[in-house]
Design a protein around this ligand. Structure first.
Ligand code: COA
Length: 372
């Protein structure tokens, strides 16, 4: 029943013993539940506006901290992010158990849930903390000790340095482009979760922990790792068509293709493809860019032949995989990196909801038995 939008359900009304019709909006598709100044997603035109700017220009011209300032309606919270990183690093000895979870999102969820109350008043600290937790988890998985943050670094440079990856200007710039690109995207499932928690009057740490739980689901933030697995399995451009045809015949979904909202290519795919190309042009070897482009084109052709009315194109996660891999971020941490960027949007929505929103409390249609 999912994917149908508002659905008219006919059920016998157990109380009145007659047929009633009730509109059930499965998945809330097409239901507008709030106003926001954060971002606009135009699925038909393939346009994403964040904080009043097209994502293409925002990601090209603005670092993560400055973009957060624009999204939150103030100055770039550079010092707050740096303080959050320092404070979160100091907490790591108490978070060993949470961060030893094999799954990066489970680790992030556990670590965030244990943040002290003071973080609930400081969104900048929480954004800083997520970078530390993601990096510490990557290090722990590799059996390595966490690396301390450096307050002189930008957030992107520091996250790369704390992972132990190359954090020079070109790499930091590319990670900035990624974090800015994914920082907000309308009322997606994790953002909605954050707003629901905010609407109850609960605190920011609880909202972020809940949002991480929603993002952990494979239908939301889980595709970039599998995209890389797919590129590895294909191996060379001339094998793409046969491999992808096999997947479609076997009724398996091609990862990184298609989107619930976009009916054209996800604009974020182009931004991340360009960021990867820029990294390549700065002299960094990005093994998979040419292969990814060939696979994208073959996948688009095959899916267009099968679903001529749908125009299934690359989504944000397709080139996320290629870019984060080129940056030396382990694929097990890709979803956590998504959270490192999206947390800025969650905080913005939390503040909006607390300022202007009502308790979010939809209704359900009871279809169970009634007492005799
Ligand atoms: N590979 C193969 N077939 C796909 C597909 C894909 N990536 N995406 C959609 N389809 C198929 C669907 O199975 C459906 O076929 P059916 O009518 O035979 O069941 C048809 O195309 C239309 O699907 P649609 O309604 O447009 O998709 P959706 O809104 O239900 O799903 C996604 C959107 C993102 C969940 C879906 O495209 C998908 O699973 N993509 C791969 C995973 C991914 O990249 N996720 C990250 C999203 S940012």
């Amino acid at each position: 029943m999912t994917g149908q939008g508002a659905l008219l359900v006919c059920i016998p009304d157990p109380i009145h013993r007659r047929m009633e019709t009730t509109a059930v909006a499965e998945g809330l598709e097409g239901i507008v539940v709030t106003r926001t100044r954060t971002s606009l997603v135009d699925g038909a035109k393939g346009r994403l506006v964040i904080a009043g700017q097209d994502v293409e220009s925002l990601a090209r011209t603005t670092g993560f901290e400055a973009a957060i300032g624009a999204l939150w309606g103030g100055e770039a919270p550079t010092a707050q992010l740096a303080e959050g990183r320092q404070r979160a690093f100091a907490l790591l000895p108490d978070l060993g158990r949470a961060l030893s979870e094999p799954d990066a999102m489970a680790a992030l969820r556990g670590a965030v849930a244990q943040l002290p109350e003071a973080f609930a008043e400081q969104p900048g600290w929480i954004v800083g903390a997520l970078g530390v937790f993601a990096a510490a988890h990557a290090r722990a998985r590799a059996g390595q000790a966490a690396i301390a943050p450096n307050p002189k670094n930008t957030h992107s440079a520091d996250v790369l340095a704390m992972i132990g990856a190359n954090s020079d200007a070109a790499h930091a710039r590319a990670l900035d482009a990624y974090l800015v690109t994914v920082m907000d995207h309308g009322l997606n499932a994790s953002t909605f979760t954050a707003r629901v928690v905010a609407s109850t009057g609960s605190d920011l740490v609880s909202a972020i922990a809940g949002a991480i739980g929603a993002l952990k689901g494979p239908l939301h933030g889980g595709a970039p790792g599998p995209v890389l697995d797919m590129l590895d399995a294909i191996g060379a451009p001339d094998r793409a068509e046969a491999w992808l045809t096999g997947e479609v015949v076997a009724k398996r979904r091609i990862m990184g293709m298609g989107h619930r909202i976009y009916r054209v290519r996800d604009p974020r795919a182009a931004v991340l493809e360009a960021a990867t190309l820029e990294l390549e042009q700065s002299g960094v070897r990005t093994d998979r860019l040419a292969l990814a482009r060939a696979v994208e084109h073959a996948a688009h052709d095959i899916l267009s032949a099968k679903y001529p009315d749908r125009n299934l194109c690359a989504n944000v996660e397709f080139y996320t995989a290629v870019l984060l891999d080129a940056l030396g971020i382990p694929r097990s941490e890709f979803s956590a990196m998504f959270a490192v960027g999206r947390v800025a949007g969650w905080c913005a929505h939390f503040a909006e909801q607390r300022k202007e929103g009502r308790l979010i409390r939809p209704e359900s249609l009871y279809v169970g038995p009634m007492p005799e």
